[in-house]
Design a protein around this ligand. Structure first.
Ligand code: ADP
Ligand code: MG
Length: 287
């Protein structure tokens, strides 16, 4: 590739909101076989809202107070919900975030756990036969979190995030370009499958711990594929670095943008197939 054609290509891309860190990535994107996408904040808008809460007022007070210490988008949704309900927040004495699982906090003299099945299993909390209700939320594409206070199950808080309007079209275009599209998420299998279905993704890797995301990319590369990773979170940074091409969501974290080879402004997913078209056009001009 001549330096001039690459410069023209990256310039064209930049005008559309595709910011390459270097001309070599414009060429690299031409050779991709697969594209792995994070769920929350990448495929979805990343603005989750509480849709259901099955516990009592005390549980909500303790749960929301505990979540105030978490920076996770799920926590933000819970705090906003409790604020709307005029819940008085109580002071938190101890707080522990357990990546990929949830949180543990101590407040008002009580131990509060909020998180997924893995968290409840680790603390040997009896779900009291509420698995069915949980499955129902998940089948709807909701992220359902379980609450336990002083070791006893106290309810479910379910959160929903909407998909980006252009996500189905972007994914269709990527498939037409011959790419395998895969969703990679820390969320549970059932919720992930429901969201994947809404956007037309048929390959899902769910329940992945933050530190395992990069390993999953390596596994795909070991099958001889050139892989792009698309992500917005701090959790995604190692996977963005590991992938042949790392694509950051412009509305995402600084850490993800730093780790990526290119950034798509406003998190507009249609810019990814567009970047590939610009890459093709650039390469063809060279030949
Ligand atoms: P994602 O890929 O969606 O960013 P994470 O690895 O951050 O996933 O989280 C995985 C799961 O861990 C969440 O779906 C949720 O069940 C649980 N979790 C994470 N953070 C919290 C939190 N602050 N409160 C409750 N549950 C949490
Ligand atoms: Mg994300």
């Amino acid at each position: 590739a001549t330096p001039t054609s690459i410069m023209v290509g990256t310039g064209r891309a930049a005008e559309s909101g595709i910011l390459f860190k270097g001309g070599e990535h414009l060429e690299g994107i031409h050779q991709l076989n697969a594209i792995v996408m994070d769920k929350t904040g990448t495929i979805t808008k990343g603005k989750p809202e509480v849709t259901d809460f099955t516990g009592d007022e005390e549980a909500l007070q303790l749960l929301a107070s505990a979540e105030k210490g978490s920076e996770h988008p799920l926590a933000g949704a819970i705090v906003a919900y409790a604020t709307e309900k005029n819940i008085d927040f109580v002071e938190v004495d101890e707080f522990d975030s357990i990546p990929g699982h949830g949180i543990e906090a101590r407040l008002a003299g009580k131990q509060v756990l909020v998180g997924n099945r893995k968290l409840m299993n680790d603390y040997q909390i009896d779900m009291e036969g509420n698995e069915e209700e949980l499955v129902e939320f998940e089948t709807d594409g909701k992220t359902a979190m379980l609450i336990a206070i002083d070791g006893a199950y106290r309810g479910i808080v379910a959160v929903a995030d909407t998909i980006k309007e252009t996500a189905p079209q972007a994914i269709r275009e990527l498939k037409e370009q011959g790419l395998e599209v895969i969703m990679l998420t820390g969320d549970n299998e059932r919720t992930a499958q429901a969201i994947a279905k809404q956007v037309g993704i048929d390959q899902v890797i769910a329940g992945v711990l933050p530190e395992e995301k990069a390993d999953k990319i390596k596994e795909i590369q070991d099958m001889g594929k050139k892989v792009a990773m698309v992500g917005d979170g701090v959790n995604d940074a190692p996977a963005l670095v590991t992938a042949d091409i790392g694509i950051a969501i412009g509305t995402g974290t600084e850490v993800a943008i730093e780790a990526a080879d290119l950034t798509i402004l406003g998190g507009e997913l249609l810019l990814i197939p567009k970047a590939i078209r610009i890459s093709h056009a650039t390469i063809q001009n060279i030949r």
